[in-house]
Design a protein around this ligand. Structure first.
Ligand code: HEM
Length: 331
């Protein structure tokens, strides 16, 4: 069994996550196994092993305070807080064509450089296809061996994901997508009372955008950089509260639209830069870097994510360092 430590904001070790799972009688799957599979045969030195193609963003989160009664987190009290973020497409290739990726993403760290920081990495699907790291690993294997239809047929819990996918139309812009936390978390108030939630970033523009060159690997990045020259890009951060009927540990099941929904505030994106030059590059958008006032749900995918992101970050940070040494030696 392998052990991976993960840390909270400000670097405090909050838990020893024992993350080694048995895949239907085969050898345990560790974070290293996940990242080996995700990076594939061609290592892209210095890049993320997943969501490698992306760019940095920054701006401010204007918190409404509507969630303040549910959580002591500073980011949810009324006010304006800086954030560093990243927009990306899924996949391990930093030059993969933007418009061919099935999943787009928005990652944020609100109040960076403080013990109050809240990190979140959101994707366009509202649900996972499968509920456990073991099955997600099998799904990645199925993608690599071109057996995805059989995988879906063998896993009826993929029905909600497939239903979403059947009507999802990728838009012409990162600015007009909906990004979901997918996994559930708890908000914790000052008395320690917990409320299970999911959240999503919902676009506040209906300007569809113009893609200058559909074949360009960075077509979406170009569109976004051009769009920002006309002014900030905004998203509403909407929280959905679980009811007693919802299972926070199962990310395959959508919660009913009739559940209470509250707006935490507005993400105002003011700047963007290529990732090699941006503050987001060195960040690991680990979904378990949570401030006081947030807590993880029992969803096992969350622990697997934290461990895999740390392993990916460890590899790419080492490569960046080695490249710097190699560059220095040549000067
Ligand atoms: C067991 C399931 C998952 C595994 C093993 C996994 C693995 C990874 C890895 C290794 C990275 C690169 C991390 C880095 O180097 O910084 C990554 C990035 C990312 N993942 Fe996941 N992931 C999983 C599930 C999810 C889910 C459910 C979401 C969405 C809610 C998600 C959203 C993202 C995003 C947005 C990024 C890019 C963050 C950035 O811009 O740096 N992942 N993932």
């Amino acid at each position: 069994m392998r052990y991976v430590l993960f840390t909270a904001a400000a670097g405090a070790v909050v838990a020893a996550a024992v993350y080694a799972v048995t895949v239907s009688g085969r050898a345990p799957v560790s974070a290293q196994d996940f990242v080996n599979l995700q990076q594939g045969d061609t290592i892209q030195m210095g890049f993320r092993r997943a969501h490698a193609n992306g760019f940095c963003i920054s701006g401010e989160f204007q918190a409404s305070g509507e969630l303040a009664a549910y959580s002591s987190a500073k980011a949810l009290q009324p006010g304006s807080y800086p954030f560093i973020g990243r927009m990306s497409i899924a996949g391990n290739n930093p030059t993969a064509p933007d418009l061919r990726a099935p999943v787009r993403s928005l990652a944020l760290t609100i109040l960076p450089d403080t013990a109050d920081q809240w990190r979140t990495a959101m994707n366009t699907p509202p649900v996972m296809a499968v509920a456990t790291p073991e099955k997600f690993y099998q799904q990645l294997l199925a993608i690599q061996s071109n057996t995805v239809p059989q995988f879906f047929a063998d896993h009826p819990e993929t029905a909600h994901f497939l239903e979403w996918r059947s009507h999802y139309q990728p838009s012409q812009s990162y600015a007009t997508e909906r990004y979901h936390s997918i996994n559930a978390f708890y908000l914790v108030d000052r008395q320690g009372k917990r409320q299970a939630v999911r959240w999503a970033a919902l676009p506040l523009t209906d300007d569809a955008g113009v893609i200058a060159d559909e074949e360009a690997p960075d077509a979406l990045q170009q569109e976004f950089f051009n769009r920002l020259q006309q002014g900030p890009v905004r998203f509403d951060v909407q929280f959905t509260l679980a009811t007693a009927n919802d299972d926070p540990a199962d990310a395959t099941i959508p919660w009913p639209e009739t559940n209470p929904q509250l707006s935490a505030g507005t993400i105002v994106i003011e700047q963007a830069s290529v990732q090699q030059e941006g503050a987001c590059n060195a960040l690991n958008f680990d979904p378990l870097v949570l401030p006081a006032g947030f807590a993880p749900s029992a969803d096992p995918i969350l622990r697997a994510r934290a461990a895999a992101y740390a392993e990916s970050h460890r590899r790419r940070a080492r490569e960046v360092l080695m490249q710097q040494f190699a560059g220095g030696a040549n000067e």
